[in-house]
Each structure stands twice: as structure tokens, then as C-alpha cells.
Design a protein around this ligand. Structure first.
Ligand SMILES: Nc1ncnc2c1ncn2[C@@H]1O[C@H](COP(=O)(O)OP(=O)(O)OP(=O)(O)O)[C@@H](O)[C@H]1O
Length: 331
């Protein structure tokens, strides 16, 4: 579906001049600085996947997305969307890909929402019947009916994003590329957008590449995540593996049938493996105890086996490290 090989993008920027008339002097300056926004990036996304694309500010995410859509030309490497080059075959690729930039709407600000779709349908030369069919579907899936006639400028952020998603999907593309679709929204609006995105992937088979700074978006939607920093690939794989790789501790909380003899600071194990001695008792009071350990070195079942030597376990709760914290460690 999407293939990028050795993708790179450099920008030449003019170095600002100091002193009198600096704006004019900068304008005519020949002193250039080369900024490498993306460097030797490989990406392969299969049909039907929902992939998170994350990285710190200035990592090169938007630049990559613009190259994937054909808005920018790569300085190195190449992109293929459904086997086509977005740079050489921009029109045909535009039919296969829907793009949403959360910070910039593609809807017409002063027109009722429904009028934007008339303009977009004309731009994509959609037949009237195909347009009506697709609009009926989108109206239902994204629940647009309540604000169909409202001018875009009067929509809430969540409603506007649903309108923007519909605009990106009007020509029924297979691939949906989203750059910060939940930016600025409150918790309820974010939840609703996530539900819509999940539905589009699960039930309508859309392949989704999602860029966001909201790690809850990633955790609730993506099985796979691609992490870049300073334009280069840092990680590409499952969320579970990412957790293991960073090695932040997992916590298991147990409630025993009776009071526990465990005490904070104790290390528990049966001496059979070196890893078993790494289980540390974080807290223990009455019937409750919490232990932490590195999931990469020891499994939850093994930890429970060792804990059961300290009494009958009535209840268990496993807490994975916060994804937000994991990500901050790899950036
Ligand atoms: N048109 C441009 N001219 C010069 N430099 C640019 C241009 N566009 C991007 N850059 C630089 O390229 C780098 C990557 O920027 P990009 O916007 O792709 O990052 P990003 O990961 O999307 O960041 P953010 O999360 O803040 O949106 C930055 O150093 C940025 O300043």
C-alpha cells in the first residue's frame, strides 16, 4: 500500500544577518544553511494497517507526510502509494489517498458544511450518483446530520474535524493520512474522533497513518508505531515490543486472602533464575502488595507463581508503564 525507501528531504534556509537593515540584508544574502528534515527513512505499510507515526517537535513528520502525498519532492529516495509515485503521478495518487491536517481545514469557512462537498466532488469529478452514495455513507458514519447546514466557521473543533474527515474520504481513498487530527480538542471530542477512526479502519478497511502528539491516540488506536527523531527512524514495530525495549518496570498488584508477610524493599524469588531476584516489593500493607519487575526479563505468570508462595492470591491487577513515559525516553 505505502512504500518509502531511503526517503530524504533537505531545505536550504538563508542565515539571518545582524546589524542595520538586517531584514533587507537577509533577503539578499547568499549565506545558506542546509537543514536535513528527513534522512534515509524507510517505511512499509500494508493494506488495512493502522500505524502511528510519532516523534518530537521538528522530527520531520509533517515533511514526510507532505512527501507521501506529493506536496513536496524528496531530495533523496522515493515513495510509492499503491505502486504509484506521488510526485510523478500526483493526480492518480490523489484518488487513492485522503489527507487531513488537523491545524488546517480544507473546508470552505463561510459556507454551510454540505456546500464544501459539492465543490470537492466537482474537483474530483465525481459522478452525481457516486457522490450521493458516498455522502450518505459518510453522513451516517461520521454523524454529520446535525450540523449539515451550519457554516464551517461556527462548528466546534470536533464537528469541524468530522467534516474534514468526510472531505478527505469523499473520493473513497484506500489510504487515510492524518496529521494531528485531535489537536486542541477536549477529552470527549477526542474520544469521539478516535471512535470514528477505529470504525473507518475496522469496518471500512481504510489503511491509516496517524501523526499525533497525544499518546492516548496511539495507545487506543495503533498496534504498530513508527518513531522518528531528527529525521531518522528510531523504532518501527509493535507497542508491546516498544515497552519491552525501553524496559520500564511493570507493576503487579495482588490482594491476598489473608495478611501478607511481604515488606517494602524486599526482593522475591526462588533463586532458580537470576531474573526472579529482580522482583522488587514496592508496597505491602495488610492483604495488599505491589511488586515491580522488567517484563523483558521475567513474565507476569512467573511473577504470580513466585507471589503465590507468599499466600493465597484473591485478586490480581497488572499495570503497564505509561506509554507517554516510554515515548519520552526514546526521543
Ligand atoms: N519549508 C521549510 N524550510 C526550511 N526548513 C523547514 C521547512 N519545513 C520544515 N523545515 C524544518 O524541517 C524540520 C522538520 O520539520 P517538520 O515540520 O517536518 O517536523 P514535525 O515532526 O512535523 O514537527 P511538529 O511535531 O512540530 O509539527 C524542522 O527542523 C523544520 O524547521
Amino acid at each position: 500500500m505505502l512504500e518509502a525507501k531511503g526517503l530524504g528531504k533537505t531545505f536550504a534556509t538563508t542565515l539571518p544577518k545582524a546589524g542595520r537593515l538586517k531584514a533587507v540584508r537577509t533577503l539578499f544574502s547568499r549565506d545558506r544553511k542546509i537543514v536535513t528534515a528527513v534522512n534515509a527513512l524507510d517505511m512499509h505499510i500494508e493494506q488495512g494497517e493502522f500505524v502511528g507515526f510519532i516523534g518530537p517537535n521538528g522530527a520531520g513528520k509533517s515533511t514526510t507526510i507532505k512527501m507521501l502525498c506529493g506536496i513536496l519532492h524528496p531530495s533523496a529516495g522515493e515513495v510509492r502509494i499503491c505502486g504509484l509515485s506521488p510526485q510523478r503521478d500526483r493526480r492518480r495518487v490523489a484518488r487513492r489517498i485522503g489527507v487531513v491536517f488537523g491545524q488546517r481545514s480544507q473546508l470552505w469557512w463561510d459556507l454551510p458544511l454540505k456546500d464544501s462537498f459539492d465543490i470537492l466532488a466537482a474537483m474530483f469529478r465525481l459522478e452525481a450518483a457516486a457522490k450521493e452514495r458516498q455522502l450518505a455513507k459518510l453522513e451516517e458514519v461520521l454523524q454529520l446530520r446535525d450540523f449539515w447546514d451550519t457554516p464551517v466557521r461556527r462548528l466546534s473543533l470536533g464537528q469541524r474535524m468530522r467534516g474534514d474527515l468526510a472531505a478527505a474520504l469523499l473520493h473513497d481513498p484506500e489510504l487515510l493520512v492524518l496529521d494531528e487530527p485531535t489537536i486542541g480538542m477536549d477529552a470527549a471530542a477526542k474520544r469521539q474522533i478516535r471512535d470514528h477512526l477505529r470504525l473507518l479502519n475496522d469496518q471500512f478497511g481504510k489503511t491509516v497513518l496517524l501523526t499525533t502528539h497525544d499518546m492516548d491516540d496511539i495507545e487506543t488506536l495503533c498496534k504498530r508505531v513508527i518513531v522518528i527523531s531528527r529525521g531518522e527512524l528510531l523504532y518501527d514495530g509493535g507497542l508491546e515490543k516498544l515497552r519491552e525495549r525501553i524496559g520500564l518496570p511493570t507493576t503487579v498488584r495482588v490482594t491476598y486472602a489473608g495478611d501478607t508477610a511481604l515488606a517494602p524493599g524486599m526482593r522475591i524469588g526462588d533463586g532458580l533464575t537470576a531474573a526472579s531476584e529482580e522482583i522488587c516489593v514496592e508496597s505491602a500493607l495488610g492483604r495488599e502488595a505491589a511488586v515491580s519487575f522488567n517484563r523483558e526479563r521475567i513474565g507476569v505468570m512467573e511473577v504470580l507463581r513466585l507471589l503465590s508462595a507468599w499466600g493465597d492470591i484473591a485478586d490480581v491487577h497488572v499495570e503497564e508503564p505509561e506509554f507517554e513515559e516510554i515515548v519520552s525516553r526514546i526521543y
